[in-house]
Design a protein around this ligand. Structure first.
Ligand code: 6PG
Length: 248
């Protein structure tokens, strides 16, 4: 694994496989959680959806990682959600619960972003209230994100309204590209996290990662360019195929 700083907030870890990426991410996840609990008696994390984090979630359940964290102090949120029932195959909550349904998470510390509310503006406002109540200093200790091959992150898709939000932590967002509504954390929330881990693997993400990591002039087209403009640190864990256009 090779580490490359991008700027004072962002660094890249290039791993030789998704397996090793998941192991590195699990070690970081547990270490961030331990530090948060020792500093302020809780660990708040926003999980990502999509397929990339699945290997990480599998690793986190292995005793050599799971035993390193006090899960009863761990509060789990989501960085975005599809507008579907929690048991729908499309649900990001449902995907994570296929790993964390029983052990080791505390039922009372899992906070799904969407549970069949009719009114999405109210659902987003409720989530913001929950974040402010549950997260120490209203900031996540860890934000877990993926990157779409169009440069989106969470459900902050190119040229969508939620990219403009500066005064809310969560929002509904109509995604024209998918002809559907999503709920998503916003830049003010994401960039206020103490630590962020971004996972991206595969050649299909190589071009957009070059735009995101080496350029910063067009966040409306490449929303993930704006990750890392806050107070926290951001670690991009990517494989060699995804790093192909970075010429590091
Ligand atoms: C979602 C995710 C989304 C995801 C990217 C990457 O709800 O789909 O939160 O932002 O992280 O689309 O998805 P993959 O991990 O499947 O490539």
């Amino acid at each position: 694994m090779q580490l490359f700083p991008i700027d004072e907030k962002r660094e890249i870890a290039i791993v030789d496989s998704e397996e090793n990426g998941a192991i590195f991410a699990a070690i970081r996840f547990i270490s961030i959680g331990q530090k948060a609990i020792s500093r302020h008696k809780s660990f708040s994390v926003a999980l990502s959806g999509g397929s990339t984090p699945k290997k990480l979630y599998e690793k986190l359940l292995l005793p050599q990682y799971a035993n390193g964290l006090n899960w009863s102090q761990t509060k789990v949120f989501w960085s975005d959600e599809r507008i579907v029932p929690l048991d729908d195959p499309e649900s990001n909550y449902g995907m994570a619960m296929r790993y964390f349904s029983k052990e080791p998470l505390d039922e009372s510390k899992k906070f799904p972003m969407y549970s069949n509310e009719k009114e999405l503006v109210q659902a987003a406002a409720n989530y913001e209230k929950l974040i402010k109540k549950q997260c120490f200093e209203e900031r996540f200790d860890l934000m877990l994100l993926g990157i779409g091959d169009d440069g989106h992150t969470a459900s902050l898709f190119p040229h969508t309204e939620a990219l403009k939000i500066e005064n809310a932590l969560a929002a509904p967002n109509y995604v024209e590209q998918k002809k559907c509504w999503r709920l998503t954390l916003t830049y003010p929330c994401i960039n206020n996290a103490r630590n962020t881990i971004v996972l991206a693997y595969g050649a299909a993400k190589a071009h957009v990662l070059k735009k995101i990591l080496l350029e910063n002039d067009d966040p409306d087209t490449y929303p993930a360019q704006k990750i890392g403009r806050g107070k926290g640190t951001v670690l991009f864990i990517i494989d060699k195929a995804a790093a192909a256009e970075l010429s590091l």
